[in-house]
Design a protein around this ligand. Structure first.
Ligand SMILES: [Zn+2]
Length: 114
């Protein structure tokens, strides 16, 4: 089981790294566009759009960084032999769930209570 999930988590990580790189490029592009635009967001329609895009890209970046951290924590649990154990009730998390959500720390009943 460990080898399967090490590989799965590595796959997810690789995807996230790509997403982070593309979001970083978007943020750079927005920053460039902004520096050429009027800073007065409230009265400049283009500035307001750039602000919205910035927030969206920044949100995606935050999500990707957080998920990377969760995947790293999952790798630590794999190394420690505690991977796949529900952090709340201590039951085994079904493999099907882990295959979909390799960073999952809760079994389905516990996750649905949160
Ligand atoms: Zn549980």
């Amino acid at each position: 089981m460990t080898a399967e999930f090490v590989e799965l988590i590595a796959d997810h990580r690789a995807h996230l790294e790509l997403r982070l790189a593309s979001v970083a490029a978007q943020l750079d592009a927005i920053r460039d566009a902004r520096s050429g635009a009027n800073d007065d967001d409230e009265h400049d329609p283009e500035g307001a759009t750039l602000s919205t895009e910035w927030s969206r890209a920044e949100g995606q970046r935050t999500d990707a960084v957080r998920t990377l951290g969760e995947l790293d924590a999952a790798l630590s649990r794999l190394a420690a032999g505690t991977y796949g154990t529900c952090a709340s009730c201590g039951d085994a998390i079904p493999l099907e769930r882990l295959r979909l959500l390799p960073a999952a720390t809760l079994c389905v009943p516990c996750a649905s209570r949160v």
